[in-house]
Design a protein around this ligand. Structure first.
Ligand code: MN
Ligand code: MG
Length: 636
């Protein structure tokens, strides 16, 4: 049953309902498939979004479909095309193929369009049946933005025919202008430096919008691949949708980049934003989630005003393709569109083969059976990739040259996940799908700048993983079962011991518990004690850096780099670039020796195969633990 939208139902003579539909941040998701997990999922995929587009289009007399950028990169299909198949002149990129099949009116460039370089991008765009606009990526700077030579068209003015409430056809000119975060110059410096430059989003809009008006645009829609952030305009700001909405002449704003949903409660407290009505400074706006999860919808009631059109009423919403039930299960709200699936079936099959095939080799087994009691290769590989990446990203910044440490935690380390819930990638080939085993969450990379004192307290917080032990006593239970392993950050790049005879300095929520306690002892950097005032960079993820787990030095105010890349993508790039990886643990942390003291540690049964990987420990099997776990005894 299609319920016609009130604007279409009530439009009178010389009034027309125009619906603008938005996908954003598709990131190459066409099939409803998680290639890392190698399993079907109901939460993603343009093939699913395409199915709701049909009904949503049918609710409105007139409609346009626009994509808001970040389509070319972000899942293994994107990596497969870029790293394996390549883009020769005349090749079709599968996401473009799928977008052609769906039928878009236009798209814009997101920051991730630049991840594989300009040549790859332009060859991909060549196959698009729709224009791709971006006003602030510039090949040659002019005296003002309108004199720039831009990489792609800054805007288009599309002539459309709309049907009014009386069934009469009228011409309308719809202006579409695109924007990307200027930060692409930092994020993809190696591809962009010397080739393009960027301008401030608002500055570009202020220059081009009057020109679009002069050229006859009746309404102007901003394709803003930028999020909803501060209301105060700052030159070069990344998330500029709110000040952009202040620009006179812009009528509606499609947002994205943040992978969130608008209208929606996430934006309740944002100045200038009405999160329920779906407006920014009174103008209709939408953000359609990510990976095809939602369709952003803006409805405009237009009225003839002499020879032009004005907007007399508007509304906006975001429609999902699936719903999350109270028991956290997911229900699909729609089936995939078969034609869209068929358009990329070959690339899908090739991507499946790609994720299952070796892309690199590992000299060491990547397992987490002992990740909570010794330095561990499954955590080490994450830290190596993070340091490799952050070192590149901080080049040329004021932070270049500071020591780069890396914080990483074992995500899969038994516990409530059970005795099979461990990372376990054997020596030899590493496939892309293994990377999700190494890095469970779709976090993005961050760097924080902290002091030596904060490094120590960060580790004190991690060390809450362990129960306090009494020196000289035997068979004490080591792990605090209430402490999640994802909060057991190992910091690579410094050396330290954990003194289990001391109480934890911090409580389970990061609160001060024993402020004078020192579990972290003999903390050194390059062989010398860490000076509390010495400064360090720590590579970590968005969860931790913005306060997740409430770690000292990681409350959001120490962030110096916000990466657009997921930690998983960074690990894939690292493995692809290195070919062979050797993520051997460097045993940079150990327990402080305590004479005559033993502890009991439960882990997965397969751990017995890897006993010689923990050469720093005096460890022996100690029978069965509860619930299928295997018990070990460690002499401190
Ligand atoms: Mn994105
Ligand atoms: Mg290490």
């Amino acid at each position: 049953m299609i319920a016609v939208h009130p604007f279409s139902a009530t439009a009178s003579t010389n009034q027309a309902h125009l619906r603008i539909m938005e996908t954003t941040d598709l990131h190459v998701h066409v099939f409803p498939y998680d290639y890392y997990g190698d399993r079907a999922v109901d939460t993603v995929g343009l093939a699913r979004t395409a199915s709701i587009i049909g009904d949503i289009r049918a609710e409105a007399t007139n409609s346009m479909l626009i994509d808001n950028g970040d389509f070319l990169q972000g899942n293994p299909m994107g990596d497969y095309i870029a790293y394996e198949r390549g883009m020769k002149e005349g090749d079709m990129h599968p996401i473009i193929q799928a977008m052609n099949a769906v039928g878009f009116d236009a798209s814009t460039l997101g920051n991730h369009e630049f991840n594989y370089g300009l040549d790859f991008l332009m060859k991909s765009l060549a196959g698009a049946d729709f224009p791709v606009v971006s006003a602030n990526v510039v090949k040659e700077m002019g005296s003002d933005p309108t004199k720039d030579v831009t990489l792609v068209k800054p805007y288009v003015i599309q002539e459309r025919t709309v049907t009014d409430g009386a069934g009469a056809s009228h011409a309308i000119k719809v202006g579409l202008i695109g924007f990307v975060p200027p930060q692409i110059m930092n994020w993809d410096r190696r591809h962009l430096e010397g080739n393009v430059q960027t301008r401030d989003i608002v500055a570009a809009a202020k220059a081009y919008v009057p020109q679009m008006k002069e050229e006859g645009a009746d309404i102007i829609v901003a394709l803003c691949h930028s999020g909803i952030g501060s209301a105060d305009h700052e030159e070069g700001m990344e998330n500029a949708a709110v000040p952009l909405a202040m620009v006179e002449g812009i009528d509606a704003i499609l947002t994205g980049h943040s992978h969130l949903v608008f209208p929606g409660p996430r934006y309740d407290d944002f100045a200038g934003v009405d999160s329920a009505a779906g407006t920014i400074h009174g103008k209709p706006a939408a953000m359609g989630g990510f990976w095809g999860s939602h369709l952003g919808v803006i409805d405009l009631m237009l009225e003839r005003d002499g020879n032009a059109w004005k907007i007399v009423s508007h509304s906006s919403e975001a429609r999902p393709i699936s719903k999350r039930n109270e028991d956290r299960s997911i229900t699909a709200l729609v089936e995939s569109d078969e034609a869209v699936l068929a358009s990329v079936q070959t690339a899908h099959d090739e991507t499946l083969a790609y994720v299952r095939r070796a892309v690199g080799k590992t000299d060491a087994a990547l397992h987490s059976y002992f990740a909570l009691v010794a330095d561990d290769p499954s955590v080490q590989i994450v830290s190596q990739a993070q340091v490799w990446y952050i070192d590149q990203m901080l080049k040329g910044t004021e932070h270049e040259g500071l020591p780069i440490l890396s914080a990483a935690a074992p995500f899969k380390a038994g516990g409530r996940g059970g005795p099979e819930y461990f990372t376990d990638v054997p020596v030899g080939d590493v496939a892309i799908k293994n990377v999700s085993d190494l890095y469970l969450y779709p976090n993005t990379v961050r760097a924080v700048r902290v002091t030596g004192a904060q490094v120590k307290d960060w580790l004190e917080r991690s060390a809450g993983m362990f129960n306090q032990v009494t020196p000289g006593e035997v068979d004490q239970v080591l792990l605090n079962p209430e402490f999640p392993s994802y909060n057991f950050d190992v910091i690579d790049g410094v050396q330290y011991e954990i003194d289990l005879s001391q109480p934890s300095k911090f409580g389970p929520k990061g609160e001060d518990l024993n402020p004078t306690a020192d579990r972290i002892v003999n903390l050194t950097y390059n062989g010398a004690p860490v000076d509390p005032d010495q400064e360090f960079i720590i590579a970590t993820n968005n969860y931790r850096a913005s306060g997740g787990g409430s770690f000292p030095g990681a409350k959001g105010d120490t962030i110096v780099f916000e990466g657009p890349d997921t930690n998983r993508d960074v690990i894939v790039r690292y493995i692809v670039e290195k070919g062979t990886i050797s993520p051997k643990a460097d045993f940079n942390w150990t327990f402080k020796p305590l004479a005559g003291t033993t502890v009991l540690f439960d882990t997965g049964p397969k751990a017995v195969d890897y006993l010689d990987s923990v050469k720093t420990l005096d460890i022996e099997p100690a029978g069965e633990g509860p619930d299928g776990f295997t018990r070990f005894k460690i002499a401190l």
